[in-house]
Design a protein around this ligand. Structure first.
Ligand code: PEP
Ligand code: MG
Length: 566
């Protein structure tokens, strides 16, 4: 019989993905640490025994992946099958065995051999370069097998589970199957962390920055309320009823490709994408264009700047997914949580306040001009309407300089991201020199509240519902109007929160850009309010004394959120 939980069993965090579910906990294993370079054969082993051990480990990994691929379907099955083939790849094993023959341990041998293969694949670019990640994944699995510890990545389980982790990395998402993962719970992270972004993009209930969840063990039954931000151990009848009601929620209608309020005020709903595949999926989901192409995703993990042709083809893939539609390209945003060895200084004491985003154009001149040239060439071969914006603009002079660089490259629609409070406060002059602005609420919140967006203890401050952030949005919109009808959109995570999206529209934001899975949620809720009502709700939020109050007051006025389980 289940007993009602005592207060000790309620663990609190920050809710970042709505929904209420019950399920058993599965913890994310720790990532595999690299073995010592060139480590010798372990004591008591021989070249023969170590080679045999390596072969057995690789076979076990391949067999496990094959078995999982047989019980999976669609994309997941194809990915698992391809990874299984990689694990059984003779070239890789041969290279590793050669190293073992020189007296290197199996762990170090496979580590180094895979590294060399991955580098070769990366050098080939395109599809082959994408396979480099698979090789490194296989390597980690083989090393885990050799060490007798759980394989890295999303745990395997027969029944759906609540995934508990310290935080999740973007790479973890590929293997995340929403049919198996009921909810995400992390001890670290904040509302703008990767976990929050993943949860929203997959429509999963999620609670982040819940420090006490580090003690949760595999198999423990928990109730997760992603709106309230609580995790309850050993849930009772009340939670069971709440989870059952959530299960009965009205399914969201698919997004029909037209964002609008109830009274027909158009708010184009665009997508945030990181590359071609993402863009094609967004187009399929009905996105009215791309509101943020994070071009640094084409650069991440590289130790040198990608060449012109490579950049042109990466951008063109995105443009081709949206013929005749708007695609907003953001120039490289390196630094802080997205360091790039050829652009950013890893020894900076305060990277979030350092030479990042547009500022790297001063420390490493040339990269931005070459990127703009590649964007212009990709644009010239497509019908997409290409807009280009720079991240981390802080002054009118920076905005004007960027507009000048765009003009020189033949790019006609320059814009800026408003992520630094100075740009919001001086929006009238900052926007006077450009054609549009897009507010990055993730960074705008971290800078307005002086709260690192990655730090769990500051998660409550780092909330775009903070009235101070909403006032900065209002300044930016007003500044845009005064600068001569310069439209202001939002492409931070705030736009993907259906209730906050209504507030943003009420504040005068012209477009909303989000991960594709949020399109149907935002569209459905936006259609339940008139523009006038959205303005009233925006005022309610602006006048609230805290982020929590702002959110609560607005949500209480939007009963359809509950109906849709949002
Ligand atoms: C933002 O800061 O809100 C934004 C959209 O940019 P990123 O999350 O890539 O920093
Ligand atoms: Mg940003």
């Amino acid at each position: 019989m289940s007993t009602h939980p005592t207060s000790e069993t309620v663990l609190r965090g920050v809710g970042v993905g709505a929904g209420r579910v019950i399920g058993p906990v599965r913890r994310m294993p720790h990532p595999i640490t690299s073995p010592t370079e060139g480590a010798p054969l372990p004591e008591g082993t021989t070249v023969e025994s170590e080679t045999h051990r390596l072969g057995e480990a690789a076979q076990a990994v391949a067999a496990n992946l094959r078995a999982r691929s047989a019980s999976a379907s669609g994309d997941a099955a194809a990915v698992l099958k391809a990874t299984a083939l990689m694990a059984g790849d003779r070239t890789l094993l041969k290279a590793a065995s050669k190293l073992v023959a020189t007296g290197t341990s199996a762990e170090s041998a496979i580590w180094e051999a895979a590294e060399a293969v991955a580098l070769q694949l990366e050098a080939l670019g395109g599809y082959m370069a994408e396979r480099a990640t698979d090789v490194l994944d296989v390597r980690a699995r083989i090393v885990a097998e050799l060490r007798g510890i759980p394989a890295p990545g999303i745990p395997e389980a027969d029944e759906p589970f609540v995934l508990c982790a310290e935080d999740l990395a973007p790479a973890d998402t590929a293997a995340l199957d929403p049919a198996r993962v009921l909810a995400l719970v992390t001890s670290e992270g904040g509302p703008q962390s990767h976990t929050a972004i993943i949860a929203r993009s997959m429509g999963l209930p999620a609670v982040v920055a819940a420090p006490e969840t580090v003690g949760l063990q595999d198999g423990t039954q928990v109730f997760v309320d992603g709106s309230a931000g609580v995790v309850i151990i050993n849930p009772g009848p009340e939670e069971e009823a709440a989870a059952a009601a959530y299960e009965q929620r009205t399914p969201l209608p698919d997004f029909d490709g037209t964002g609008t309020t109830a009274d027909g005020h158009r708010v184009p709903l665009l997508a945030n994408v990181g590359g071609g595949a993402d863009a094609r999926a967004a187009a399929e989901a009905g996105a009215e264009g791309v509101g943020l192409l994070r071009t640094e995703f084409c650069f991440l993990g590289r130790d040198k700047e990608p060449g012109h042709e490579q950049q042109v083809s990466a951008y063109r893939e995105v443009f081709d997914a949206f013929p005749g539609q708007k695609v907003v390209v953001r120039t490289l945003d390196a630094g802080a949580d997205k360091p790039l060895p050829f652009l950013t200084d890893s020894t900076e004491p305060n990277p979030a306040l350092g030479v990042r985003g547009y500022r790297t154009d001063v420390s490493v001149p040339g990269v931005l001009e070459r990127q703009l040239a590649a964007i212009a060439e990709a644009a010239s071969g497509s019908t997409a309407e290409v807009w280009v914006m720079a991240p981390m603009i802080s002054t009118p002079a920076e905005a004007n300089d960027f507009a000048g660089l765009c003009a020189a490259a033949g790019l006609r629609i320059p814009g800026v991201m408003v992520e630094v409070p100075s740009a919001a406060v001086l929006a009238r002059s900052v926007l006077a020199g450009v054609r549009f602005a897009s507010i990055g609420t993730n960074d705008l919140t971290q800078y307005a509240m002086a709260a690192d967006r990655q730090l769990a203890p500051l998660a409550a401050l780092n909330d775009p519902w903070q009235p101070a952030v909403l006032h900065l949005v209002r300044y930016t919109v007003d500044g845009g109007a005064q600068a001569g009808d310069v439209p202001v959109g939002v492409c931070g995570e705030a736009a993907a929160d259906p209730a906050l999206a209504v507030v943003l529209v009420g504040l005068g934001v012209a477009t909303l850009s989000m991960n594709r899975r949020a399109l149907s949620q935002v569209s459905a809720v936006l259609r339940t309010v008139t523009l006038e009502r959205a303005r009233e709700l925006a005022q309610l939020a602006l006048d609230a004394p805290s982020a929590a109050e702002a959110k609560e007051r607005v949500r209480a006025e939007l009963p359809d959120l509950e109906r849709f389980g949002l």
